[in-house]
Design a protein. Structure first.
Lengths: 256, 649
C-alpha cells in the first residue's frame, strides 16, 4: 500500500548545526504516528519540513505520491496537510466560531467580489461552511465558547480551538505539535479522546509530536524516536519504551 | 398536640378519563394543535423547534419500537442523561405502553447506576452518549434483565459493536415498521392507561441510607400540576420554561415533563450544561426553577463581577442597590412604599436592575421557584430588590408540594402558606406532619418503608423540624435528625448557620458541628476557590493549589470575619468558636454531597471524625490525609497540614 506521507533521507542544517540527519519516515492510512524525543531532538523542525516552513537541504517528501519537498506552506496546506502549533497560533481577537470559519477560507470557491455581494450561491456556500464548522464544534465540545474571544480563553481551550481550526480545513493529514503541553490530567484525557474520535470518525491520519510517554502509548499506533536529529528507534509505543537506546537518550535523561 | 393546620374544605378536581394520563394529554395536544411548538432544543448553535406532531410521533414510534422488542404493561425503563428532548420522548413512550420511567442522574458512577437499574427491574436503559453507555457496558454482565441499551447521541460510539447497544433512531425505525403491521395499536395502548398507573419512579436523594424509589402515579402528575399551575397563575399561559434541573428529580418531572403537557408551558433545552447561562438569556423564560445553591451562586457571580467592574459602574450599583433593598424590605414587612420611594425605585430599576436582570437571563421571569435546601433570607431579599420574587416552596418527592408563598406574601424566612390540597400538623417534637390529596403511591418494592413513614393516624412524617407562624406560614428549620445537641442539653441547628455563611462570596460550603459533650460549635469551611483566588490575585497573595490558598493567613482572616458577622445573629451558646479551612472541596463523587448537591451531614461528620475531634483538642495544626475518588472511579490520597483557627469574643 502506498504511504500517505513518505519522507526519505531528510537533511536539515542551520549553518553548521545539523538539525536533521537522514530521517526516513512514513504515515499510512488511518494511522496515528508519534514523533518523540528529548528537547532539541528536532521534532518540531521535522514538522516544519513537512508543512513547508523549512526547506530541507536534502531528501524528499512525498504526499500521496506528489513531491511537496520545496513547496511553500500555503500550497502544502491546500494539498490537505493541516497542523497545530506548540505555541498556539490563532486570531486572538476573533471568536472561536470566526477562527474556524476563517480556516474555511482555503476552501472558498468564490472570490472577494462575490462574497461582498453575498447573494444566492455565495450565501448557500457560507451556510454549508457554517454547518461543517458546527459539526466540528459539536465534535470538540466547543459549544460553550462558540462566541468567546479566543484571546480570553484559558490555554487548554485554546488548544482545542486550534485543533478545531486544523480540522476545519478538511485535512487529509493532521500534524499535531505537542497538543497536550501545559494541560492538567483531565484536559489531557479530553484531548486524547478528541484525537481518537477524529481518527475514528474522520479517518484522518495524524503525526503527533509529544513529550508525555503515557499519552503516546495510549493513543498512537506507532512511535518514531529522534535524538540529535537522528532516528534511533521505531515501532509500537511499547517496543520503543523498552529500547535501550531510547531509555538512554530520552526516558533515562532528565526531562524538560 | 398543637393545632391541625387545616386548609379550607378542599375538593380535588375530578379526573377526566379522556385525559387522566400524560400520554393522553400528549395525544390531545397532537389532535388539537399539531403544528404548535411543544419544545425547542439548541443544536448546532440554532434553536430547533419540535411541534406537538413531532413530539407525538417520536413518542409513538419509540413506544412501538420498545413494544416490538417485548416491553409490556408495568415494565420499567431507566433513563440516564442530561436534559434533552429524547429523555422526554423516551419517558412518554414507556408511559404510553403502560410502563414507568426511572430517572438516573447523569453524573452517577457505575455502581450507583447499577443499583437503580437493578432495583427498579428496568428491562431497557436509554442513555445519552458514550460516557453513559460506557457505564452500562461496564456493568451489563451484572444486569441480566436489561435487554437493550439505547443511546441517542452516537458521538464516540461509531465503532462500538456490543450487541446490547442500539441507537434511538433504530428503535424509531422498528416502531415505524411495527406500526405498519399493527395499525391502531398505539391508540389502544394509550387508551388502556389509567390514572392509577405508575408514571415514574423517582429515587429519593437519600440523605440517609440506600435510595428509595418513590412511585408517582399518572393521576398525581396530571392533577397536582393542574392545581399547582392554577394556584400560581401560570396555567395555560404558554409560558417558556428552560429545562436544566435533572429530570431524575421529581421537580423537573413536575415543572418540565408534566407542566408542558398539563399546564401548557413550552420546554426549552440548553445546548450543553455549560451553556445554560447563555441559553437562558436567549430564551428569557417566564417559569424558572433554580435550586437554592444556584441562587446563591448567581448572587456570588454578581458580587464578584461588581468587584471587577469599573469604578463608575460600581458606584451606580452601590448607590441604587440600597434603594432596591429598602423597597424590598417594605414589601416584605407588608408595607406599601410611599410615592417618593416608588419613584426612586423606578429610577434604580432603569439604571441598574433592568440590565442586570437581562444579563442574568431573568428579564422576563414571572414565576420563580426554589426548593431543595434552605435559602438564605438575604438571597431572597436581594432578588426581591431586583424585582424577582423567589418562591421558596416546601415539599418532597413523596409529599409533592406542601406549602408555597403566594404572590405578594413572600417573606424570606418562611416557605409560605400551606397549599389548599394539603394539611399540616406539628407534632410534639416539632416535626412537620402532612396529609395531602396528591401524594406518592409508596416506595417501590418496599412496603415496610412506606408504612414507616405514616404515624397511627395516617399522617405522613416529613422528618423535618419546623412550625407554622401566626400568619399561617410554614417555617422549616432543619431535618429532625440534624438538630444537634450541645453539652448542657441545649440544641442548635447547624443548617441555620451554614446557610448564612454560604452567603459570603468567599465560602462555597460549610459544615457546622457540635455534640452532646461539647460546649461550643465549630465549623469546617470550603473556601470558594474562584472568588478567593480572585481576591488573592488582586492582593498579590501567591498560591499554588486549593489547599495552599485555603491556609494563607489572609484567607483565614477573611473567613474569620465572615464567621464573626454571623455569630452576632446567633444566641451565645450556638456561636462558632473554632473553624478550619478544609484542604479539599466537598464532592458528590465521594458521596459527600448528594447528587442534588446537598451536604450529606452524617457521612461527612463520620468521614472527618478525627479532624472534628482534633478541633476540640489543644493542637493548632492537624495532619490530614484524605482518600479521594475521581469521576472515573480511580482513587488517590492527599496529605497535608491544616490550621485550627480560634474565634474569641
Amino acid at each position: 500500500m502506498a504511504h500517505v506521507l513518505e519522507a526519505k533521507q531528510i537533511e536539515l542544517h542551520f549553518g553548521g548545526l545539523q538539525v536533521l540527519a537522514g530521517i526516513d519516515f512514513h504515515v499510512d492510512e488511518g494511522e496515528i504516528v508519534a514523533v518523540i524525543g528529548p528537547n532539541g531532538a528536532g521534532k518540531t523542525s521535522f514538522m516544519n519540513c513537512i508543512n513547508g516552513f523549512y526547506r530541507p537541504q536534502g531528501g524528499q517528501i512525498l504526499f500521496k505520491g506528489k513531491d511537496i519537498t520545496r513547496l511553500p506552506p500555503y500550497k502544502i496546506a491546500a494539498y490537505g496537510i493541516s497542523r497545530t502549533f506548540q505555541n498556539i497560533e490563532l486570531y486572538t481577537g476573533l471568536s472561536t466560531l470566526d477562527n474556524l470559519m476563517a480556516a474555511r477560507h482555503i476552501l472558498l470557491k468564490r472570490g472577494a467580489f462575490w462574497n461582498f455581494i453575498y447573494f444566492g450561491p455565495t450565501r448557500r456556500e457560507e451556510v454549508k461552511h457554517r454547518e461543517v464548522v458546527e459539526d466540528i464544534i459539536d465534535l470538540l465540545e466547543l459549544e460553550s465558547i462558540r462566541k468567546s474571544i479566543v484571546g480570553q480563553l484559558p490555554y487548554g481551550q485554546r488548544k482545542r480551538v486550534e485543533l478545531g481550526r486544523a480540522l476545519a480545513t478538511e485535512p487529509q493529514l493532521l500534524l499535531l505539535d505537542e497538543p497536550m503541553t501545559g494541560m492538567n490530567v483531565e484536559e489531557k484525557e479530553d484531548m486524547a479522546r478528541f484525537i481518537l474520535d477524529i481518527a475514528e470518525l474522520k479517518k484522518i491520519p495524524m503525526v503527533l509530536v509529544e513529550h508525555d510517554m503515557e499519552v503516546v502509548s495510549d493513543i498512537s499506533d506507532r512511535a518514531v524516536v529522534l535524538d540529535f536529529g537522528r532516528k534511533i528507534a521505531e515501532g509500537s509505543p511499547d517496543e520503543v519504551k523498552k529500547n535501550p537506546d531510547v531509555i538512554r537518550a530520552y526516558l533515562g535523561a532528565e526531562e524538560e | 398536640m398543637t393545632a391541625d393546620h387545616l386548609a379550607d374544605k378542599y375538593q380535588p378536581p375530578p379526573l377526566d378519563p379522556d385525559v387522566d394520563t400524560l400520554p393522553k394529554w400528549l395525544r390531545k395536544h397532537y389532535q388539537e394543535h399539531p403544528d404548535q411548538v411543544a419544545m425547542r432544543d439548541k443544536d448546532r448553535g440554532i434553536w430547533q423547534r419540535y411541534t406537538w406532531r413531532e413530539y407525538y410521533e417520536k413518542v409513538k414510534f419509540f413506544c412501538l419500537g420498545l413494544v416490538s422488542m417485548g416491553l409490556e404493561r408495568g415494565d420499567k425503563i431507566s433513563i440516564l442523561g442530561e436534559n434533552k428532548p429524547e429523555w422526554y420522548w423516551a419517558e412518554l413512550a414507556v408511559q404510553s405502553a403502560g410502563g414507568a420511567a426511572v430517572g438516573i442522574f447523569a453524573d452517577c458512577i457505575p455502581s450507583e447506576v447499577k443499583y437503580y437499574v437493578e432495583h427498579s427491574d428496568s428491562t431497557f436503559v436509554v442513555v445519552h452518549d458514550q460516557e453513559q453507555a460506557d457505564k452500562l457496558l461496564e456493568i451489563k454482565d451484572e444486569l441480566p434483565q436489561v435487554r437493550r441499551v439505547i443511546y441517542w447521541d452516537e458521538k464516540g460510539l461509531w465503532s462500538y459493536n456490543d450487541p446490547i447497544l442500539m441507537s434511538f433512531d433504530e428503535v424509531l425505525e422498528l416502531g415505524r415498521r411495527y406500526d405498519r403491521d399493527h395499525p391502531g395499536l398505539f391508540d389502544e395502548l394509550v387508551d388502556a392507561g389509567k390514572g392509577e398507573d405508575i408514571a415514574v419512579i423517582c429515587y429519593t436523594s437519600g440523605t440517609t441510607g440506600l435510595p428509595k424509589g418513590a412511585m408517582l402515579s399518572q393521576a398525581y402528575e396530571v392533577l397536582s400540576l393542574t392545581e399547582w399551575s392554577k394556584l400560581d397563575n401560570w396555567h395555560r399561559k404558554g409560558y417558556e420554561y428552560l429545562s436544566f434541573i435533572p429530570p431524575a428529580w421529581s421537580t423537573e418531572q413536575a415543572l418540565g415533563i408534566s407542566a408542558s403537557l398539563v399546564a401548557g408551558t413550552v420546554v426549552n433545552f440548553p445546548e450543553e450544561p455549560e451553556t445554560v447561562q447563555e441559553n437562558i438569556r436567549e430564551i428569557g423564560p417566564e417559569v424558572l426553577f433554580y435550586g437554592a445553591k444556584l441562587w446563591e451562586s448567581v448572587n456570588r457571580i454578581v458580587q464578584a463581577k461588581m468587584i471587577d467592574s469599573t469604578y463608575l459602574r460600581r458606584l451606580i450599583y452601590r448607590t441604587f442597590l440600597p434603594v432596591g433593598l429598602k423597597v424590598a424590605d417594605m414589601y416584605i414587612e407588608g408595607k406599601r412604599p410611599a410615592l417618593g420611594w416608588k419613584l426612586l425605585y423606578t429610577l434604580a430599576y432603569q439604571a441598574v436592575f433592568r440590565s442586570l436582570r437581562d444579563r442574568l437571563g431573568l428579564s422576563r421571569v414571572k414565576v420563580i421557584y426554589s426548593a431543595g435546601g434552605a435559602l438564605s433570607p438575604e438571597i431572597i431579599r436581594y432578588f426581591k430588590a431586583l424585582g424577582i420574587e423567589i418562591k421558596l416552596f416546601y415539599g418532597s418527592t413523596e409529599m409533592g408540594i406542601i406549602s408555597n408563598p403566594r404572590d405578594g406574601e413572600i417573606r424570606p424566612e418562611t416557605s409560605g402558606r400551606i397549599v389548599p390540597w394539603a394539611r399540616v400538623k406539628i407534632s410534639e417534637e416539632g416535626e412537620i406532619l402532612v396529609k395531602s390529596h396528591f401524594m406518592y403511591s409508596g416506595y417501590y418494592k418496599n412496603p415496610e418503608a412506606t408504612r414507616k413513614k405514616l404515624d397511627q393516624e395516617g399522617w405522613y412524617c416529613s422528618d423535618d423540624f419546623g412550625h407554622v407562624d401566626e400568619h399561617g406560614h410554614l417555617i422549616v428549620i432543619d431535618r429532625m435528625e440534624d438538630l444537634k445537641p450541645l453539652a448542657g442539653g441545649k440544641k442548635f441547628s447547624p443548617q441555620y448557620a451554614e446557610v448564612r455563611l454560604r452567603f459570603s462570596p468567599y465560602i462555597k460550603d460549610v459544615l457546622v458541628v457540635g455534640g452532646e459533650n461539647r460546649t461550643f460549635v465549630s465549623a469546617l469551611v470550603n473556601i470558594d476557590i474562584e472568588n478567593m483566588g480572585r481576591y488573592a490575585e488582586a492582593n498579590r497573595i501567591p498560591y499554588t493549589t486549593f489547599t495552599d490558598l485555603s491556609q494563607k493567613p489572609e484567607v483565614i482572616e477573611i473567613i474569620k470575619q465572615e464567621i464573626v458577622k454571623i455569630n452576632q445573629t446567633l444566641p451565645e451558646h450556638a456561636r462558632i468558636r473554632r473553624f478550619v479551612n478544609l484542604h479539599k472541596e466537598f464532592d458528590a463523587d465521594e458521596a459527600e454531597l448528594t447528587r442534588t448537591r446537598k451536604l450529606r451531614r452524617s457521612f461527612v461528620e463520620q468521614k472527618y471524625g478525627d479532624l472534628i475531634n482534633a478541633l476540640y483538642g489543644e493542637r493548632d495544626q492537624i495532619a490530614v490525609e484524605a482518600p479521594i475518588t475521581y469521576q472515573d472511579g480511580r482513587t488517590g490520597v492527599i496529605k497535608t497540614e491544616i490550621k485550627v483557627n480560634r474565634i474569641d469574643e
